[in-house]
Design a protein around this ligand. Sequence first.
Ligand SMILES: C[S@@+](CC[C@H](N)C(=O)[O-])C[C@H]1O[C@@H](n2cnc3c(N)ncnc32)[C@H](O)[C@@H]1O
Length: 281
Amino acid sequence: MTGLQTAAQAMLAATARLRAAGVDDPARDARLLLAHAARIEASRVTLIAPEELQPEIAERYDQLISLRAIRVPVSHLLGEREFYGRKFWVSRDVLDPRPETETLIEAALSAPFDHVLDLGVGSGCILITLLAERTSASGVGVDLSEAACLQASANAVEHHVEGRVDIVRSNWFENIDGQFDLIVSNPPYVSVEEMADLSPEVKEHEPRMALTDEGDGLGAYRRIAASAPDFLLPGGRILVEIGPTQAKKVGALFDAAGLVDVRVIPDLDGRDRVVGAKMPG
Ligand SMILES: C[S@@+](CC[C@H](N)C(=O)[O-])C[C@H]1O[C@@H](n2cnc3c(N)ncnc32)[C@H](O)[C@@H]1O
């Protein structure tokens, strides 16, 4: 056959196109998307590099690269994202699970828990990971977004924890009953002024209500800190992800709510990432 590009040629052209569009790591994305178009594992791309791309694969690849060039996140094109070693279904309805959120997971797993509440469950990556790692625990995940609740439910089934989880549509604690020995949350914490500085992938393709409180970035923490003592068992823990400049202010909110043992945990880059506190026991 003539006129067909090899996989390697198609990847080179795609890389150049993505670079021109301002994509951060164009070669990596070109490779991942080729694997997706060809329906193979990314680790096998090198093996097919010398082969000619079949027209239907070339067409699929071209569509994926066109979308990536307008800065649609790779995870949305693949439909999945890895978090703490598991694959989560993602879409434009939920925040993409971020590697820095694994800091919160490590902190939560460092002590026992039986019943966990996740405020702003999104894809479900935090709650479902915790339940998958602690097979006797149960949990409740809440989100104001109906679409996020559906996505979290699908991921709960995917990871076989659906029998131990309730997903509830709720404005923070509004529709929640009961008490928990662990509350976790990665709430929207970008201030409305900071929204302009986000990359197009985030600003234009992730749900705005997952990113910002439309205020100073601390609105969700105020709501969560004020009500957490009513939902925590004596000695129960709360762990929230924060933006790197928010530790002091979030810690002060927990203090003011009567929580004790307030501490700040850094992420792998050394930036403040999680604030934890306890209900007096
Ligand atoms: C930063 S995302 C976190 C998603 C997920 N937990 C994660 O870590 O990837 C924040 C989540 O809070 C939800 N949210 C925003 N406002 C809320 C509210 N008033 N009540 C409940 N959930 C809310 C958003 O829909 C979004 O899913």
